[in-house]
Design a protein around this ligand. Structure first.
Ligand code: NAP
Length: 311
């Protein structure tokens, strides 16, 4: 496993992290998180909106993993950020959050209020580093400008062989300013395997066969060729966890990278669909979180019941 620094800090994060969206705390998901950590993955990403912080916290307990979580845009007012952060800490079962990220920009709330609250959380020792997610270049610069003491360590953006818009937009600025790009949906939510992206699939398959790697490993390694980028594929089972962790530790050559670069098989980024509606959708995000919590709670309950039986 190769490591990259988080922003300007001395924290070394594995270039393959682990995403946990839609993981509900099933046993094989918990095994996948623990197995990933045993393979050197040390960044685990969740969000209050995913409703799985308790399960993720339980999975990483007693490990050295860095926990990254996110506050939802409907909680960007000062008092609500502080409340959300404390609740996430409690659910995760940690003393502080290593990387606390604003999940999506919220145009309804003054960014100065939001960033000042984030800085207070660092001052109070509740947060190690501040990150953002789904911020455009302009939004990133504005958010940094609204801070007085600290710097933004990372921007989590959608990035994969099929979605390159944000890497193209932010790559050189973030490299120059030492802001880590955390690429979410790095396997394009499974679309790299689909017939609807036959062109990209064929190129990945050709390189994979020649290299004796999998398509996923080629797609992830292509992302890792971006200097300051860490990818966080979701892996719900140990087989995927092993395959993804082994996407690090070697490099595609320049010819292979350029073969993928030249393949124009793209999809629209998620942000193109979500950003225009966030102004109206933010108040309903609480409901989405509640549904996820109920789903995750079911698995946790059965787990707790089983472990108390053993005693
Ligand atoms: N900040 C944001 O707004 C935002 C938005 C979306 C996602 N995220 C974060 O990014 C993480 C990853 O993104 P994602 O979950 O959307 O999509 P993804 O990681 O691109 O793709 C996940 C899909 O690929 C499958 N997969 C994983 N490894 C595989 C392998 N080696 N071979 C074949 N299939 C494989 C997974 O199956 P299994 O589940 O069966 O392993 C799942 O169906 C999320 O979990 C979340 O933490 C953040």
């Amino acid at each position: 496993m190769k490591f990259k620094y988080l922003g300007k800090t001395k924290i070394r994060l594995s270039e393959i992290g682990l995403g946990t969206w839609k993981m509900e705390g099933r046993e094989e998901e918990i095994s996948s998180i623990r197995h990933s950590i045993s393979l050197g993955v040390n960044l685990v990403d969740t969000a209050e909106m995913y409703g799985n912080e308790e399960a993720v916290g339980m999975a990483i307990r007693d490990s050295d993993a860095y926990i990254a979580t996110k506050v939802s845009p409907n909680h960007f007012r000062r008092d609500l950020i502080i409340k959300s952060c404390k609740e996430s800490i409690k659910r995760l079962g940690v003393d502080s959050i290593d990387l606390y990220q604003l999940h999506w920009p919220n145009p309804n709330i003054d960014i100065k209020e939001t960033m000042s609250a984030m800085e207070s959380l660092v001052d109070d020792g509740l947060v190690g580093n501040i990150g953002v997610s789904n911020f455009s270049l302009d939004e990133l610069i504005e958010a940094q400008g609204a801070m007085k003491k600290y710097e933004i360590a990372s921007n989590q953006i959608e990035g994969s062989v099929l979605v390159r818009d944000h890497i193209d937009e932010l790559g050189s600025y973030c490299k120059k300013n030492k802001i880590t790009l955390i690429a979410y949906s790095p396997l394009a939510r499974g679309m790299i395997y689909s017939n609807s992206h036959a062109k990209m699939n064929a190129i990945l398959d050709e390189i994979a066969k020649r290299r004796n790697k999998s398509i996923s490993q080629i797609a992830l390694n292509w992302l890792l060729s971006v200097d300051n980028l860490i990818a966080i594929p979701k892996a719900s089972n140990v087989r995927h966890a092993i395959e993804n962790a082994n996407a690090s530790g070697w490099n595609l050559n320049a010819k292979e990278i350029s073969m993928i670069n030249r393949t124009d098989d793209f999809i629209r980024p998620l942000s193109a669909q979500i950003k225009p509606v966030i102004r109206f959708a933010a108040p309903f995000m609480g409901a989405y979180t509640k549904i996820n919590k109920i789903k995750s709670g079911r698995h946790l309950k059965s787990k707790t019941a089983r472990s108390s039986k053993k005693k």
